[in-house]
Design a protein around this ligand. Sequence first.
Ligand code: BGP
Length: 487
Amino acid sequence: MTKKLPDGFLWGGATADFQYEGGFNEGGRGILSHDYETDGSQDNPRHHTLKTADGSIISPKSSFILADDVPEDAQPVFLDDQYYPSHKAVDFYHHYKEDIKLMAGMGFNVFRFSVCWSRIFPNGEEEQPNAEGLKFYDDVINEMAKYNMEPLITICHDEMPMNLALKYNGWTSRKVIDAYVKYAKTLFEHFGDRCRYWLTFNEINAVRGFGPTGVRKATGQDRYQADHNMFVASAKAVQLGHKLVPGSQFGTMYAMSEVYPATCKPEDMFHHLQEHRENWYFIDIMGRGYYPSYARELWNRHDVKDIKMDPEDKETLMKGQLDFIAFSYYRSNTTKAGDDWFNVGGNKNPYLKETPWGWPVDPLGLRYCMNEIYDRIQKPLFIVENGMGAIDKADKNDYVEDDYRIDYLQDHLSAMADAINIDKVPCLGYTMWAPIDLVSLSTGEMKKRYGFIYVDMDDKGNGSLKRTPKKSYNWMKHIIETNGAAL
Ligand code: BGP
């Protein structure tokens, strides 16, 4: 069966502002929740070390953004001896022309990037947006247009202006819904003439492991309240976007990893069903527009007593359903009865090889996921992240022979093509994570690289930042040229 994809298929790459952009104190940008993430050199790879105004040091253990004990009146400051990767990242802020040209060289017709919320509303609550921030993304989008590359904009990639996190306890507050909708409206009004595809959130179900952005003590009750508020925020943005940007299409991005039962023991299988619902919860609510019947059982499992909902939320969710289902896929997981709900991925799958980071490599799992999501929601898909984090060894000319990456992508793209061509699952496009080396989210390091393009920079931000295509660059170029036929 041919691997050639339908005409109009979107080929591209995906990035996130705080991992890629840098320029954290330029162009009027405000402080972002993720500006406090340190590099991966400490025990906890995603560490946030803050010093509050009263001089105390806070090192959170597990929450996504805020330590459990950040006081309400905290004014965190940066520590001099600490390296914060988001501040510089790999400096797309000053390299965007060069980077877009390199991506266009591979034939990308779409590029997924996230707008940095605090570049547009520095503290999240200003009356007027920051004109310099809007101009930066104008420049980026206009540069892309020169190469017929269209944007896929992530409105919120895990982050928020730090002020909103501290003042309102992040997404637990409906005030943040208002701030988000105002921010989204600004983007629609400003970029809507050049952007048809939008993602309201990145990996919204990742709150399972990380906790919702900006929330202290992200336990069951607060977590599920924050989730609800994000569902409402997304649904409001979708409705507004449809009105303000005719023809626009919306997704929210899910972290998908097919979860297998460890054995065919009925208890493992039932646990697997419940485990699935931990993720389907998000897709069902946002894709179908209402809470599923199993929600109550899920809340009970997480000690959730009562989620505050406004009377009009039900209608908002129904009217703000997503147009397509976007997802990331890197790996599959295996679960068994008794596993902690937060410990997905703790079991080995004896049938799969793993990446250097212990992520099982499972291309057929991608085809399985695509079928499963489409069977359930019946809306087109968009694969907006997939790729292989590896330790790349550059030669003296900064050239990397990344055959392992080519193998990974070859197998995953073939599985995707089979889902589209054989199983008839509609899929709008594929944006590989990340077309250029950038800071890894889970480790805060540059050691874990994904790109087709090598960036000369180490974990502490040292290096020339020179960009050099890897072997996979030309390979991908050929795949795109043939619209998949060469797979
Ligand atoms: C996803 C995120 C990305 C990205 C990717 C790879 O969860 O949406 O931001 O970083 O994972 O993860 P990592 O960088 O930890 O390897």
